[in-house]
Design a protein around this ligand. Structure first.
Ligand code: FNR
Length: 181
């Protein structure tokens, strides 16, 4: 059956290497997967005061995550951790606790950075956060150092990383299928 994947990009930079990487990864999905890219850069900074009446952008975001069968998070790392814009979106989705959108959601993590450690620390912190929120986080890891050849001029994953990333995506596809039943 059809599976809907929300790809959350943890960057609010207009020309984001992680957005380009995310779009190239989407091309590795099988045809029965549909994809959307929920916007996070217009969510206000989380405040309990705003819970009185949640802003429309927040409801839009949580609706999109609720509607997704699975979530792929593709994120840079800021100061060896999760970028604030992404953490803010995770926080909005986690509240109120009985409506936590992340619970039981299949989630895979990846990201790229020009640094040699390829956003590994951000993913490590994310793994802890998503575990606490009750997501089913794909095991294994995909830390990718950004080099121009990561993405071809056609927007595909380049040959050096293609096999590794196809295998990672294939494992996530099979997890999402199993959990959808
Ligand atoms: C960074 N960058 C960065 N890179 C890294 O590998 N480890 C890090 O801890 C940090 N820290 C960091 C903090 C802040 C505030 C900024 C703005 C940047 C560099 C980062 O990887 C680079 O800007 C990437 O291009 C970010 O990805 P996007 O936004 O282009 O997808």
């Amino acid at each position: 059956s059809n599976i809907h994947l929300a790809i959350v990009v943890g960057s609010n930079t207009r020309v984001s290497i992680n957005r380009q990487y995310a779009q190239a990864l989407a091309k590795l999905l099988p045809a029965h997967f549909s994809v959307s890219y929920p916007q996070i850069d217009d969510l206000p900074m989380y405040s309990l005061d705003l819970e009185v009446e949640r802003p429309a952008s927040v409801n839009r975001f949580t609706d999109e995550i609720n509607a997704a069968d699975a979530v792929l998070i593709v994120t840079p790392e800021h100061n060896r951790s999760v970028p604030a814009v992404l953490k803010n979106a995770l926080d909005w989705g986690s509240k109120p606790m009985d409506k936590n959108v992340w619970r039981d959601k299949p989630v895979a993590l990846t990201g790229t950075s020009p640094g040699a450690m390829g956003a590994a620390h951000a993913q490590q912190h994310l793994r802890q956060i998503m575990g606490i929120l009750g997501s089913v986080v794909l095991g294994g890891e995909a830390y990718i150092q950004f080099k121009p050849e990561l993405i071809t001029s056609d927007g595909e994953i380049g040959p050096a990383s293609h096999g590794f990333l196809q295998a990672y995506i294939d494992r996530f596809v099979s997890l999402a299928e199993k959990l959808k039943g």
